[in-house]
Design a protein. Structure first.
Length: 71
């Protein structure tokens, strides 16, 4: 699994889902997204937060490992 890149473009924080191949929404990815949102919230220069998917898709949804954790 790769990181969840956080970039600042002017006053817009961009957080990219980066969990190849289809950006499955795992517990680890969720933690990194939350960390990026918290980083943006702590920056008074940020006026907006945009979530994007890397590669071909935004997100394929929850991973099967993530679903198994909830049972």
């Amino acid at each position: 699994m790769n990181s969840t890149p956080y970039q600042l473009h002017g006053n817009v924080a961009v957080i990219a889902f980066d969990n190849p191949p289809m950006n499955g929404y795992s517990h680890a990815l969720r933690l990194r997204i939350v960390a990026g949102i918290e980083q943006a919230e702590d920056d008074p220069a940020v006026g907006a937060i945009v979530l994007i998917g890397s590669a071909r898709v935004f997100s394929s949804g929850a991973t099967s490992a993530n679903s198994a954790r909830r049972r």
